[in-house]
Design a binder for this molecule. Sequence first.
Ligand code: MN
Length: 496
Amino acid sequence: MINLKDFEVWFVTGSQHLYGEETLLKVAEHSEQIARSFSAHSQIPVRVVFKPTVKSTEEIYNVCQEANTAKNCIGIIAWMHTFSPAKMWIGGLKILQKPLMHLHTQFNRDIPWDSIDMDFMNLNQSAHGDREFGFIMSRMRLNRKVIVGHWEDSAVLGPIGAWCRVAAGWHDWQGARFVRFGDNMRFVAVTDGDKVEAELKFGYSVNTHGVGDLVKVINEMSDAETDKLIAEYEEKYAVVPSLHKGGAHYSSMQAAARIELGIAAFLKDGNYKGFTDTFEDLHGLLQLPGISAQRLMSQGYGFAAEGDWKTAALVRAMKVMGSGLDGGNSFMEDYTYHFDPKNQMVLGSHMLEICESIADGKPKCEIHPLGIGGKADPVRLVFNVAGGPALNASVIDMGNRFRLLVNEVEGVAPEHDLPKLPVARVLWKPYPDMQTGCAAWILAGGAHHTCYSQNLSSDQLADFAEMAGIEYVLIGKDTKLHQLKKELQWSEVYYR
Ligand code: MN
């Protein structure tokens, strides 16, 4: 569903006419070589497209204008091989709508000690040319990523690739559509928010359909398609006997598969990238969507429950960013705690809807009653999740701004079977420790709903917040509560 090679990042090198034809030819040759090697490199998931060197106000304006309207261009990598007087960049940077990474590199890795002369110095002057460019971006108060080092160094290639993934997630949000089946869970605060402001800031729209519109589509799904999907369930999951054909709950299996087909058709037909539902509004739906939400998430759709459109959109963006990487991204909820002083941790889960992409091993397909919602027992996938580094991310609406809050965590491999827990579950230890991590999250107003990620870094989410121009708060290994409180206070002034 998401192929990052569909996207382009443009490699734009700045210079000026001062140096003469010979130097400019070298500049272009070097730039093209760098762009081509980036494009072919396994650490960089998108196509990197070489653009002719820009040397004047007009050329810079034109490339920025083209980038804005180029459908597959998700961002620009800018590099000043020579000195590019930065007043020339004002007009272009003023209109540039795509994210920009400033790559502070130079073509040669080493100084050629024996042969270096003034011709070499004239050609290879990014050490100061890039400072001129940095100044104008700072002067214009523009957000950008700065990456420093030799372009062939994997310590540089890794961050470039990581940034390209973030730019892809950001690009994906622009014009994206999310659908809500039913409204917000009644009286809940954190899942609600300003959808108009979200569309202004984030570029995606959120609109509601009565669940009846969905039920109509579900009811149109054929028995043949339903049987085919059940066969897929049988193949991919360890299905409990009662859900097999002839089993006591086979009709629930059919209903579950039909719900998945219906939601998938609805999303495809409306060109939606994700959805929310709510157990308080299931009129005409036989079960709360369980396995369908789990499977559609694993296909790349954003999802969150109880009408939580901010988290659904975040899950989608993070799925785009993590596309093709090991590990997954899932809707998550901090559910319950283990307060053993020697081994404190969080059990994360939801009523049903944890994405299959984070499952460790073959999920079980089961059916159990659901305490709320008053509907038939929903079919769901039940699985454990492996340990390892991970994070939880949450977008909240602070009234005058959105805040992206991230807590780095360590996933914990399960030590117990939890035989009576009928849902997928994750265990983790928040950084820097349970007390500080949870207190910081609560002080920062983080939601109980998050996107749990096994393959994205907090740096990437910081870049994402910068692209969106929203507040970013990290709770990580170095977090101290008194410092975090001050950060939140200072931020209050910054955004006033
Ligand atoms: Mn919830």
